[in-house]
Design a protein around this ligand. Structure first.
Ligand SMILES: [Ca+2]
Ligand SMILES: [Cu+2]
Length: 328
């Protein structure tokens, strides 16, 4: 596999370094053009061939297939509110959720909803039919710095992942930072952390030694959030251990945009995660990683293979981004 160190051979003079996945990151990458991180807070994801997808969960994740890619740099953490604020201050950028809404773009929409806003999760009072309209609400005024709508703020959430990011917002941030959005294959390669065919980013067991490894939802969705992992909504980035490539929050916390279009013909199981089709009829991109809203009783999607699609104009409480830099 190009980009990966050769296996230690018995009889080598020097004691071979232990080839944990972590050593792939902490040692210098094999390609000379990738020895130094091109920006602060980025980790090297070695190139190679790996198995994408799984047969064990939802239909859209099948089949298992080989993917081969070059090594690349990836943000160790999702982009935070604080980082996004820096981008907005520097550029005056206005996110899609904050812009006037054109009726021409949404001919079938309720005129009352043609105001700037975004889609906010609200738990239900008790058990409900699993129809996403019960917990997703279009809230006028909701946006990246008012995640629950007017009256909410992010003063104490600077280190949380930024949310309410539409695809073009993610691309604008990435371009400003001199980076790009990952492809789905890059994202999944990174999320697996060097482990092959494992269920989670850290292995097959959900809570090894009783430890919560990511911010998901425990209890019965969408009303009973038991918070066993310590967090009700989003969590400060890097609150849980990194994976084998030194990447935090690859799964859980927030979904992340990729630059890949979603194949519209793919069969898709009903998720908690994606609001019922918005009236816009825009292209859909693949999103990866699951979120703090994914609960095993309904949506076990805080896994590297999990994938959903989102219309490019859609922004929600649990969708953010992280970026990559390709070495060539
Ligand atoms: Ca949680
Ligand atoms: Cu989910």
């Amino acid at each position: 596999m190009p980009g990966e160190p050769a296996s230690p051979r018995p009889g080598d003079a020097a004691p071979a370094p232990e080839l944990t996945s972590w050593s792939l990151v902490s040692s210098a990458p094999a390609t000379s053009d990738a020895a130094q991180p091109p920006a602060e807070g980025m980790a090297w994801v070695p190139g190679g061939t790996f198995l994408m997808g799984t047969e064990d969960f939802y239909p859209e994740e099948r089949p298992i297939r080989e993917a081969t890619l070059e090594g690349f740099w990836m943000d160790e953490r999702p982009v935070t509110v604080r980082e996004f604020r820096r981008f907005v201050k520097a550029t005056g950028y206005v996110t899609l959720a904050e812009r006037p809404v054109s009726a021409a773009d949404y001919p079938d929409a309720d005129p009352a909803l043609l105001v700037p806003g975004s889609i906010v999760f609200r738990p239900t009072q008790g058990p409900v039919d699993l129809d996403s309209r019960a917990w997703w609400h279009y809230v006028p005024g909701a946006c990246w710095h008012r995640p629950e709508g007017p009256g909410s703020d992010t003063y104490t959430r600077g280190r949380h992942p930024v949310t309410h990011i539409a695809c073009e917002d993610a691309q604008a941030y990435a371009a400003w930072a001199g980076k790009a959005l990952p492809t789905e294959a890059e994202w999944e390669r990174a999320a697996r952390g060097g482990l092959e065919g494992k269920r989670f980013a850290w292995g097959d067991e959900e809570t090894p030694d009783g430890q919560w490894m990511t911010n998901s939802w425990q209890g019965e969705f969408p009303w009973e959030n038991l918070r066993l992992d310590g967090h009700l909504g989003t969590s400060p980035v890097a609150s849980y251990p990194p994976n084998g490539f030194g990447l935090y929050d690859m799964t859980g916390n927030v979904w992340e945009w990729t630059c890949d279009l979603y194949d519209a013909d793919r069969e898709t199981a009903s998720p908690c995660c994606v609001p019922a089709a918005a009236p816009g009829g825009f292209a859909r991109h693949v999103i990866k990683g699951g979120s703090h809203l994914c609960a095993p009783n309904y949506c076990l999607r805080y896994r590297p293979a999990a994938r959903q699609s989102e219309e490019v104009d859609t922004s929600t409480t649990h969708l953010g981004l992280r970026c990559v830099i390709r070495s060539r």
